[in-house]
Write a protein of this length. Structure first.
Length: 168
């Protein structure tokens, strides 16, 4: 049932030992990372794991990394860690992004507001949005406030943008 569920939802899964050697991976994982069974893995989710200093026990517990780019695509990443194994789940976000953008486009946003929303839902920082679009932080804030105002006027909430982004 687990294998069928992962396949149905297009979730990649990988199991590594305590030395980061890949023991098993499903087809979705092979499509993202290549066939790594028997090899030590240091890229993608393992970079997130290595850089994470927020856990008291490095080799125990679960970790969730939202909206992370791995091998050129965006995923929500979940790691389940024990002393003997690291199990990775990668949930692809491409379809969710496309749904979100279609939703926003249908609400009458300007071209620039749509560009800002597109970058925001992909997790691009406010500073990087300003740099990439060559706009000031005040202009970015204006675009985000306009998006929220338009949705408020429609009696809706823009669920795809975290509320803290308006003031970030």
């Amino acid at each position: 049932m687990l294998t069928e569920s992962l396949l149905e939802d297009n979730i990649a899964m990988c199991v590594k030992d305590e030395n980061k050697r890949v023991l098993e991976q499903n087809e979705q994982c092979r499509q993202i990372c290549g066939d790594c069974v028997g090899q030590s893995c240091e890229k993608g989710c393992m970079e997130l794991y290595a850089d994470d200093k927020s856990h008291q026990w490095k080799d125990w517990g679960s970790r969730i990394y939202k909206n992370k780019q791995i091998h050129g695509s965006f995923f929500d990443v979940t790691l389940l860690c024990s002393e003997k194994h690291i199990i990775t789940f990668l949930q692809p976000l491409k379809e969710k992004y496309e749904m979100a953008l279609a939703y926003y486009r249908s609400k009458g946003l300007t071209r620039r507001e749509t560009e800002v929303v597109s970058m925001t839902i992909r997790g691009v920082s406010n500073a990087d949005i300003c740099e990439q679009l060559a706009i000031s932080r005040a202009t970015l804030r204006t675009h985000l406030n306009n998006v929220y105002r338009k949705f408020r006027d429609l009696g809706e909430t823009p669920d795809f943008i975290p509320a803290n982004r308006v003031h970030g």
